[in-house]
Design a protein around this ligand. Structure first.
Ligand code: KIV
Length: 273
């Protein structure tokens, strides 16, 4: 079913304009996290359009209990590795905890990630980030803003909990989304929010949205590599599906993910909130 890889492989580099066009045409796109060259190459072969070098590497690679200990140097190391393995996917890189606590600091650290090979940086937070997003955007650095459950704030949030469940919390996420796009954000990523809110914000903003635990309506879907091939050591979150089943190879599991994102069979209701 997923064996004809010739049609899957990306033939030219994916850019922000491609993702914008996909949004306007209603075509869904996929994103997976990667931390090394080999998995990145296989994701390219499977036609995964966007790859995130996530600070989740703190947990799935380093064995930390949160993303907070990850440093900018460690992020740059993994971005360089992923860049070497990448041919055509659009590469996002996470800015680690406190590396963007002030706009000028954010500019210096975002420059390091871009020089390591990222095409876009991702920061977690709401409209308090607008000055930072604006500065990066003015200096030519594409920005993805991560809203909803922001794992770097896990201790403030009191755990990895679904966000935006009350009327006021949902309104805050809608307003933050509009403010961040006005400040220059090029992509918005939503983690663990109700499916209906994922639909509303995707229709509200002009830029592509990516969801993880945000329902099927976002323009793109992202999963952490280790989760989607079923090798995460921790408890499997509700929004995760293991695609490395039914005798598939790793490449076929990536193709299955991409296919199910495109035909909107993933995520299904059981993966949403
Ligand atoms: O670090 C990461 O892998 C992420 C995803 C959960 C979106 O930010």
């Amino acid at each position: 079913m997923y064996s004809d890889t010739s049609k899957k492989k990306l033939n030219s580099p994916i850019t922000l304009s491609h993702l914008q066009k996909m949004k306007s045409e209603g075509e869904k796109f996929s994103c997976l996290t990667a931390y090394d060259a080999t998995f990145t190459h296989i994701m390219n072969e499977a036609g995964i359009e966007t790859i995130l070098v996530g600070d989740s590497l703190g947990m799935v690679i380093q064995g930390q209990d949160s993303t907070l200990p990850v440093t900018i140097e460690e992020m740059c190391y993994h971005v360089r590795a992923v860049k070497r393995g990448n041919s055509n996917a659009f590469l996002l890189a996470d800015m680690p905890f406190m590396s963007y606590s002030k706009p000028e600091l954010a500019l210096d650290n975002a420059a390091k990630l871009m020089q390591a090979g990222a095409n876009m940086v991702k920061l977690e937070g709401g409209n308090w980030l607008c000055d930072t997003v604006n500065l990066l955007s003015q200096r030519g650095i594409p920005v993805c803003a991560h809203l909803g459950l922001t794992p770097q704030a896990v201790h403030k949030l009191g755990g990895y909990k679904v966000q935006g469940k009350t009327g006021s919390a949902a309104e805050k996420i809608r307003q933050d989304s509009l403010d961040l796009v006005a400040a220059g954000a090029d992509i918005l990523l939503y983690e663990c929010i109700p499916t209906e809110l994922g639909k509303e914000v995707t229709e509200l903003v002009s830029v592509p949205t990516i969801g993880i635990g945000a329902g099927k309506h976002t323009d793109g879907q992202v999963l952490v590599l280790h989760d989607m091939i079923g090798i995460n050591l921790g408890k499997r979150p509700r929004f995760v599906k293991n695609f490395l089943t039914d005798g598939r190879s790793i490449q076929e599991s990536f193709e299955a993910f991409s296919q199910e994102v495109k035909d909107q069979s993933f995520p299904s209701d059981e993966h949403g909130f």
